[in-house]
Design a protein around this ligand. Sequence first.
Ligand SMILES: C[S@@+](CC[C@H](N)C(=O)[O-])C[C@H]1O[C@@H](n2cnc3c(N)ncnc32)[C@H](O)[C@@H]1O
Length: 317
Amino acid sequence: MAPAFTKENNRNIMSEEKAWSYAMVLSVGSALPMVLKTVIELDVLEIIKQAGPGAQLSLVEIMAELPTQNPQAPTMLDRLLQILASYSILTPSVQTLPDGRVERLYGLTPVCKFLTKDQDGHSLATQTLLCLDKDNTEAWYHLKDAILEGGIPYDKSYGMSIFEHYAGDCKLSKLFSNAMVDMSTMVMKKILANYKGVTHIGRDMFVSVPKVDAIFIKSVFHNWDDEHCTKFMKNCYTALPDHGNVIACELFIPTIPETNDVARMAYHYDILMMVACNARERTQLEFEALGKAAGFEGSRVGCSSYDFKVMEFLKKN
Ligand SMILES: C[S@@+](CC[C@H](N)C(=O)[O-])C[C@H]1O[C@@H](n2cnc3c(N)ncnc32)[C@H](O)[C@@H]1O
């Protein structure tokens, strides 16, 4: 049967030349995240930011802040910054030098607001460093075997779960906690304006949950399969009074694949969770089903912050 002629299908029609270029970009696409990681490690985005709003810096100006005498470094860095400009991470400009040579300058685009530190020192740079850490990427090399033979890619790499591995590895545990603190602090600022008085209580949620009126839980469902989620949700149900609720903050994946950045971000996380711990991101309907399976009578979607949705599970309607 011919596919329905929808706006979405129409968008997927591409000329052969465009399709070739796109396929080429995809096939060498590992360069972009590694370049971003390197530029973050070199602190280049922070250097440009420190020059003030709208600043365009030359390689000479950027290199003056870097601890190197390597004569190749400016050319190498220029090439890294070019690819970032091609993805609208940097804004490029050119100026002609007295000797006639043309020099490139680079400034920050709006996305850098989140890749550089905010007034409290938080940014998504730490998440980039976590995701691309050499020891953390090892699990990706086991994804194919996990699909064909079963098992969890991360566990196949290290013979233990991701949380057990992080607990025994200072470097990874620091990278993980920096990334969580940074990203969650940025997201939570907006959400906590709606939910006052949230405090942290450490506990193994699979054993028991403290007796409170409401339980706030962020980015935890996505670490577990449905069976484990139902288990800790049942413990939440037991801990709550009749008027109590679980307030979950998670990403939603669309039921039908979409091509926008919000959907792509959720799909990226979904695969990250598959590789890390055989877990997943979920659709709103899947969240509702999890709540019902644990005994919650109702659910509703509340506010959202930077694409994270807040879903309330009501013990009684
Ligand atoms: C993806 S992180 C999210 C952390 C934090 N809620 C945030 O959004 O930044 C998942 C968290 O679940 C915690 N966790 C794993 N197993 C747990 C358990 N059995 N009981 C309670 N927390 C657990 C991990 O230590 C980790 O901090």
